[in-house]
Design a protein around this ligand. Structure first.
Ligand code: SF4
Ligand code: F3S
Ligand code: FES
Length: 253
């Protein structure tokens, strides 16, 4: 297949242009066309200070409108554009071209372990089902309070790291245990359980621990740290999983 090319209009000032030509090698899949996924190259003129998401936009808007991927905020907040870039899970909107050796083709694939629906879009439902299963909301007993529920700064600090999750699935889809059969709850669900288990205001920690004591719960984690390496929010994912394991053994949280 001929490589589509996108070039900036030439001008006398072009010599000073920061633009370089980068090859995006993208995993394409359209179940309405073929049961097989294929690689397709696109050449794009891009400023190395731009992001992989900008390159994908240039391709979609100017070269091939059928290219399909998710994105929303474009600023690392919504978690919708996690993908495998040069073999590593990252957010396309937070990955600068200059940081990933643009001299070589940049490979872009869907995240692993979830069914690919089209191009870079995967079915996130199993991921969100595991999230729902850990009851990711504050559970309390008794009457509605008439004022805010107070918490010390130290108690708030206890689960601060796991509040940062944006549910991008970069962790779960980088976990070899999850790749194996997709039944493991996965690190993201455990991170979000941790956020409530260690919240001093919450009263359903025991319930959540029991949910994660399941054969597909925390004990399947093999401490491989892929999840921690993949997290675009810098959450210490493996540490959070270890803390949940410890809480299950000691019943202290
Ligand atoms: Fe994404 Fe990190 Fe949350 Fe996992 S823990 S879903 S990698 S933000
Ligand atoms: Fe998987 Fe992370 Fe454990 S990659 S095996 S959940 S440390
Ligand atoms: Fe929202 Fe990248 S588009 S996190």
């Amino acid at each position: 297949m001929a490589t589509p090319t996108l070039e900036k209009a030439g001008t006398a000032a072009q010599d000073a242009s920061p633009y370089i030509t980068v090859t995006f090698r993208i995993r394409r899949f359209n179940p309405e066309v073929s049961a097989e996924a294929t690689w397709q190259d696109f050449e794009v003129e891009i400023d190395p200070k731009e992001r992989v998401l900008d390159g994908l936009h240039k391709i979609k808007w100017d070269l091939d409108g059928t290219l399909t991927f998710r994105r929303s905020c474009a600023h690392g907040i919504c978690g919708s554009d996690a993908m495998r870039i040069n073999g590593r899970n990252r957010l396309a909107c937070k990955t600068l071209i200059k940081d990933i050796n643009p001299a070589k083709p940049i490979t872009v694939e869907p995240i692993k372990g979830l069914t690919v629906l089209k191009d870079l879009v995967v079915d996130m439902e199993p991921f969100f089902q595991a999230y729902r299963d850990v009851m990711p909301f504050l559970i309390t007993k008794g009457n509605e309070p008439t004022r805010e529920r107070l918490q010390s700064a130290e108690d708030r600090e206890r689960f601060d790291d796991t509040t940062k999750c944006i549910l991008c699935a970069a962790c779960t889809s980088s976990c070899p245990v999850f790749w194996n059969d997709g039944q493991y709850f996965g690190p993201a669900a455990i991170v979000n359980a941790h956020r409530f288990i260690f919240d001093s205001r919450d009263e359903a920690g025991e319930q959540r621990l029991e949910i994660l004591n399941d054969k597909d719960g925390v004990w399947r984690c093999r401490t491989t740290f892929n999840c921690t390496d993949a997290c675009p929010r810098g959450i210490e994912v493996t540490k959070a999983i270890q803390e949940v394991k410890r809480a299950l053994i000691t019943r202290r949280f």
